[in-house]
Design a protein around this ligand. Sequence first.
Ligand code: AGP
Length: 609
Amino acid sequence: MCGIVGYIGSEQAAPILLEGLKMLEYRGYDSAGVSVHDGCRLNVIKAKGRLQALSDMIDGGKAVCGACGIGHTRWATHGKPSDENSHPQVSNSGNIAVVHNGIIENYLQLKDFLSSRGVKFHSETDTEVVAQLVDYYYEGDLLKAVHKAIDRIEGSYALGIMAADQPDKIVGVRKDSPLIVACSENGNFLASDVTAVLKHTRDVIYLDDGNYAVLSLKGVEIYDSFLRPIDKKISHVDWDISSAEKGGYEHFMFKEIMEQPEVIRKTIAPRIRNKKIVLDEINLSSDFIKSLSKIYIVACGSSYHVGMVAKYNIEKLTRKPVEVALASEFRYCSPIVDNKTLVVCISQSGTTADTIAALREAKRLGGRVLSIVNVVGSTIAKESDDVIYTWAGPEIAVATTKAYSTQLAVTYLLGIYLADCLGTIDKDEYERFLNEIMTIPDKVESILKGKGHIQYLASLYFNNQDIFFIGRNIDYALSLEGSLKLKEISYIHSEAYAAGELKHGTISLVEDGTLVIAVATYQKLLEKTISNIVEVKARDAQVLSLTTESGKPLVGQVSDNMIVIPDIDELFLPSLAVVPLQLFAYYVALMRGCDIDKPRNLAKSVTVE
Ligand code: AGP
């Protein structure tokens, strides 16, 4: 969602802010702005639309003088995208400028309070109250004024704040929204995401909730919530800037699809040692595992779809009940969680507001939380009892691909690990699973080599108005992901159904030429799925099937077109089957001329409820 960059140093600030904001574009936004101190005054420039519009207004930053500034990309929540609602938001007097990620929940009360004291508001945003409130308390000490304002603010925030009469200071503070600081030879930085500062330094400090940072030319000082100075650990980011760049590919999404063999290997291989799954990053005792009454999987979007696959697999492996819940529902559905419940939170970003809220609710109820997270040091990782990282590297495209695949890989490891501990699989099965899981990267590689065929199929169907996905069991879980991938980047209406459920209503939408993508990889239910394919064929649907080498002879007889993937143990089929679905969505969106990496209305990390 929104992005923050702040800089103070020896260089001109505006070009550095624009460059940092460019690195945050992937998060999704609809307007941008900067505020730079030129030594005399704060210059604030904002523009609705793409960052390029802002950059053009200030000649790539050259038109704005000054070596201290803050910048922001805004994803609208309170008030539509407009110049006025963009950040930085400035107080009436013009003395305070604020950039903000998150939501100020009590902004209406604060607005009433300030209005009753004569403060005039100019935007529809919740952020403006922060600028006005800090100004209200300001008596020449910016940190103290921010501290007083924070005392009255409820909600989530990462804030960057400047004062017109303090040309060489930026104050940052956070709660429930990420914020980092970093020092380099040419200056000091504040940012909502490490990618914004990677060109300058890889040594960063992750601020915790309640921390304040004061950036000046001398360096960065950090304070706790009582404004007592504290020392924080410097973390070294070990992935390179090239991981966050396109590296010759036209789109991040395509690059990330192509990276999947490597990142799946990176996620699995170090965790299999001497023919054993070693999860030494977690601390689940065998007594706890044996006492488990239930496993809850909680996540949003594609991460939820991983949870759907995991439910089928982990239940089959462990014979323990597994419930999957959308994080946005979990908190409000009186979940049955106690100290015999393992709650698995899945999140690429580790900052999804709904998943964070679900995690806290699970802990409040006494559950043990194990998270599967990609972003190291993110809120979900920090607040969980145990974390298993997916080593996907930075994922920039809004539509997740490689993070999804590495999440799947971790759920396989976890399921087999639990089953081994519970004794629900025997030694032969265990060994066979480990041998099979190691074949995934090469098999994904071979599927990627056949991308030309999928591009051809996309050219046949990219003009369709509606596309249905059907499948049973894990193929249903995959259908959900295939459908989401397609609709989020191509804007084609699409729905996914359990194949047997279609005839209970939705089949009324199937007519001459409707495209039905039948995911038919799960051998045990192949004949059942074929019956459902035949039902839609009888209504003149076009059927594109996705099946395995073993399924091909039967499925081929009832399909108009087919994508064939290699055989693998049924547990791991989703890792292979998802790849053609990702490629199909990508090529369809490409042919429709869509903005693939930054689809409309979407944000990479959804930090609001
Ligand atoms: C998938 O392509 C989406 N971008 C979205 O559904 C995403 O998976 C969801 O918002 C969850 O994000 P998280 O994994 O970072 O928590």
